[in-house]
Design a protein around this ligand. Structure first.
Ligand code: GLU
Length: 628
């Protein structure tokens, strides 16, 4: 396989005077209105005239992966949840209200990924303030934790899966605090109002789909260890059937209590007390014993979901905003994008002109390098060299080892983000890849005022710790397993060891991109450490490869994280693209599916919402008033 070839160029996104929305999936051309203000005015008026059926109301929207229109947008993995967000926008709520309402609904329909038993990160663009901010709703370790909390007396790491389904993995949940902050700081509605649709959904039920049934079945053995979990999710001992209606009265009650008593119920009240009791001494089925947890009521009282300044970087003239520490997402994505730029400068060939193989080769080298650096330097500790890690000069130095014709040996050693850059300076150690699960959910919302929300939330593993808070119908996280149980490399400082009150490092990467100071793209994905690669690959596909947004999302994914092999979806692994990568020295392993991206592209008053076409059964993109 030769180095750069320009023989296969990405499909053009823009054709003539119309923007292609979904070439290759469900080809739709956006109306000329998008680029012709006069036509837009005409179309807007006619759409308004024709919208009586939905006015004031909650017109049911179909489940589709891409849609364009006016009035605001929501994109999530689930139709019921996206519908809740759109209803909130229709009722006068803004992006903050919609994102929280949608997330609360996902707590009902995606309870194995989202809910008040977990944590997450929100990136928000406030149109009035013209500012991007973030809220950190990450779980915290108990005060009693130390660097050795996950080691056996002989110093070996505890068994990972034993810790996962135990009280010991449960961190202080941050989701309810994040929701309350988001609504208080940015919302137009009350906390009670935004929780109401999800409360109703939990009470009246939703229709079970294949994903929910599959995820329940995959967790059935674990769930049956905990009677409170089995009572909610394994009625009669089996997973709910596809097509049946699933109600969660306990969760409906939890949302009622949260709405009526406010967020203090989770941090200093009845729900919090129930969380602590269950985490410390989980109720188990006869004959089953699991380790108890260490979180206390004092840990919960101390919890905050703080605002943090976003990671800000530039790529191809765009301002890219991501999540700072304790997530590594914003930093790693900034470094990947900087490296792509540095490779471009080094070779003189733009990513847009590369064959698919050569483009993925670059992407793989960039992401493996960024992972080497984040594993060494990023965690919830003092002194993370953030400015240096996201500096283009550091990326230029890190690009030193890049070759367009061969792969750098894995693991790539970490670099020296020391502010002194002179050619090649990678004197670090090549470290093994830390383990991270692959679950979670991402959602995006945008409103007619120009506010945008990009939010990833999780309970860590699909099904979290497997432990449900009795009577409240939600699962507790196992987020503390995101810490490294023992140092990655003996003798090398590891920023992600457990610690007192510490937040485990995350890969969650909710991202908002501005162009000329205006909202351009909001994007994110689930998938543990693959989140970072899925989000950056989608950005690159859209920005550099000129794919339609839904095609950039649907494009076959490669996830290179500096491990001994790279995960590749079958459309890469089983094809000439995979063969081309292997010829360059890449070691691929086949993975059926990576990530589940949702995104929104703002075109002024017009929105393009997009989601997966097939992964996880396809996502659900909606706008308030679609072009039809
Ligand atoms: N715990 C993961 C993280 O924070 C998210 C869960 C997952 O996607 O597996 O990065």
């Amino acid at each position: 396989m030769s180095g750069h070839s320009t023989s296969r160029v990405a499909r053009p996104r823009r054709t003539g005077t119309a923007l292609r929305v979904a070439a290759g999936v469900a080809a739709v051309a956006l109306p000329v209105a998008l680029i012709n203000p006069a036509a837009q005015a005409r179309t807007t008026a006619s759409a308004a005239a024709g919208s009586d059926a939905s006015r004031g109301g909650h017109q049911q929207m179909p489940k589709e992966p891409v849609v364009t229109g006016w009035g605001g947008a929501v994109s999530s993995v689930d139709r019921d949840a996206s519908q809740v967000g759109i209803d909130v926008l229709r009722d006068g709520g803004n992006a903050a209200d919609a994102i929280v309402a949608t997330a609360a609904a996902l707590g009902v329909t995606e309870p194995y990924s989202a809910g008040i038993g977990g944590g997450g990160f929100l990136v928000y663009y406030d149109a009035k303030a013209k500012k991007v901010s973030t809220i950190d709703g990450r779980e915290t370790a108990p005060k009693s934790f130390t660097a050795k909390s996950f080691t056996n007396p002989d110093g070996t790491p505890m068994n990972f899966s034993t810790v996962v389904s135990s009280g010991l993995s449960i961190g202080v949940p941050g989701t309810a605090a994040l929701w309350a902050n988001a609504v208080r700081e940015h919302g137009k509605m009350s906390f009670k109002q935004v929780l109401a649709p999800a409360e109703k959904l939990a009470r009246t039920g939703f229709v079970v789909d294949q994903t929910f049934a599959d995820q329940t079945n995959q967790n059935a053995a674990r769930f049956s260890m905990f009677p409170a979990t089995a009572r909610v999710f394994l009625r009669g001992g089996v997973a709910p059937a596809v097509g049946s209606v699933f109600r969660n009265p306990g969760l409906s009650r939890a949302y009622q209590v949260l709405a009526n008593q406010g967020v203090k119920t989770v941090y200093n009240g009845q729900i919090g007390n129930a969380i602590v009791a269950e985490a410390r001494r989980p109720h188990t089925a006869r004959g089953v014993t699991v380790m108890g947890g260490q979180i206390t009521r004092a840990d919960l009282r101390k919890y905050t979901a703080p605002n943090r300044a976003p990671i800000a970087s530039r790529y191809q003239g765009l301002d890219v905003y991501g999540m700072p520490v304790p997530s590594s997402g914003g930093i790693a994505i900034a470094e990947i994008l900087n490296l792509m730029k540095a490779y471009e400068k080094k070779t003189g060939v733009a990513a847009s002109r590369l064959s698919e193989v050569d483009y993925l080769h670059r992407f793989s080298e960039a992401s493996a390098t960024a992972f080497a650096d984040r594993n060494r330097y990023v965690g919830d500790v003092e002194g993370v060299p953030v400015k240096e890690l996201i500096s283009p000069k550091f990326a230029k130095e890190r690009a030193c080892g890049f070759s367009p014709t061969s792969t750098q040996a894995r693991p790539i050693p970490f670099g020296s983000p020391d502010g002194k850059y002179s050619g090649c300076d990678a004197k670090g150690v090549g470290q093994k890849e830390p383990y991270e699960g692959k679950s979670t959910t991402h959602l995006t919302a945008a409103d007619k005022w120009g506010n945008v929300a990009s939010y990833t939330l999780t309970i860590e593993q699909t099904g979290g710790s497997g432990i449900t808070v009795p009577g409240y119908g939600f699962l507790l996280n196992n987020e503390l397993t995101d810490f490294n149980f023992t140092p990655l490399t003996p003798g090398v400082p590891d920023p992600n060891l457990p610690g007192s009150g510490k937040r485990p490092r995350s890969s969650m990467s909710p991202t908002i991109i501005l162009k000329n100071g205006k909202p351009y793209l909001a994007v994110g994905s689930p998938g543990g450490s693959t989140i970072i690669t899925s989000v950056s690959q989608t950005i690159l596909g859209y920005v550099d490869r000129d794919l339609a947004l839904v095609d950039a999302i649907a494009a076959p994914r490669l996830s290179s994280r500096n491990g001994s092999s790279e995960s590749a979806e079958p459309a890469i692994y089983d094809t000439s693209v995979g063969a081309g990568l292997i010829a360059l020295g890449h070691r691929l392993s086949s993975t059926s599916e990576i990530g589940a991206v949702t995104a929104i592209r703002n075109y002024g008053k017009v929105f393009l919402a997009a989601a997966e076409t097939t992964r996880r059964g396809g996502g659900s993109a909606m706008v308030v008033r679609p072009f039809r």
